[in-house]
Design a protein around this ligand. Structure first.
Ligand SMILES: [Zn+2]
Length: 262
């Protein structure tokens, strides 16, 4: 069994073959898939997918940093409203993205910290998106040591030192397709960091692993990530699947109660 800890399977890119794609994932042993929220434009699709596959697909709630702009309070209010209505498995994906646009960096930081407060109040893990912002994120986590629930730094692409700092702060590293890229730079991290701190993910439909790099990604391809970790660490493939699955189960075991306090 493998758990895909991060996949946007509700994306329009799967609208013509979603059922067949989920069947392929099942055949490859991908029994649980965690769905990160982006913003209110895709909430409906995400929750519909979760409702159609209640034992396999699990929704998070949160506002993606690329959806944070001058009007971000509106999006935060919508996410907060959802959190008061029903349980979610995590707050995500949240974080900071300085790759596309630095205009709203202060708003991104504010939204990130606000959503960390929600997670703490609900006893939920956070799933962090970081692009060109690893040290900024680590500093925010370090400054906010009251946040004790931990979570996943999704699509981790940093170095060994950054990995270690995140682990010390209570986080797991989400390893995805980038691990299979020649120029991905993740080999030292995968080699040096114990399996006890890793989970696997696809980030489908993005970042497909080799041999599908550049194509649409899907959850069944997470096996290429597991294979790659197994080769680098020289650990049996089943052991990689077993430990990363156990890690993911542990992270997502805190499915929140209803949020009276949010
Ligand atoms: Zn994502």
């Amino acid at each position: 069994m493998i758990i895909d800890t991060h996949a946007h399977l509700y994306s329009k890119q799967f609208s013509h073959d979603r059922a067949a794609m989920l069947k392929r994932a099942d055949t490859e042993g991908v029994k649980k898939i965690y769905l990160p929220a982006i913003d209110s434009e895709s909430h409906e699709a995400m929750l519909a997918l979760e409702a159609a596959y209640p034992d396999r697909c699990f929704a998070m709630m949160g506002v993606h940093p690329c959806s944070i702009n001058a009007d971000f309070e509106k999006e935060l209010a919508i996410a907060e409203e959802w959190l008061s209505k029903r349980p979610f498995c995590a707050i995500g994906e949240i974080g900071i993205d300085l790759y596309w646009d630095k205009t709203f960096v202060e708003q991104q930081k504010t939204a990130f910290i606000r959503q960390m407060h929600w997670a703490q109040d609900l006893g939920l893990p956070i799933i962090i998106h970081s692009r060109e912002a690893m040290d900024v994120i680590i500093d925010i986590l370090a400054e906010n040591r009251w946040f004790t629930e931990g979570g996943i730094l999704h699509c981790f692409t940093g170095n060994v030192e950054q990995a270690q700092r995140l682990i010390d702060l209570g986080f797991y590293l989400g390893i995805g397709g980038v691990a299979t890229y020649k120029n991905g730079g993740l080999e030292p991290v995968i080699r040096d960091i114990d399996l006890a701190h890793l989970v696997v993910e696809t980030d489908a439909p993005y970042l497909a692993p080799v041999p599908f790099r550049g194509k649409r990604n899907e959850s069944s391809y997470v096996k290429y990530v597991v294979e790659h970790i197994s080769e680098i660490k020289m650990v049996d493939i089943h052991e990689v699947a077993r430990v990363t699955t156990a890690n993911a189960e542990k992270i997502f075991s805190k499915m929140g109660q209803f949020a009276e306090t949010v």
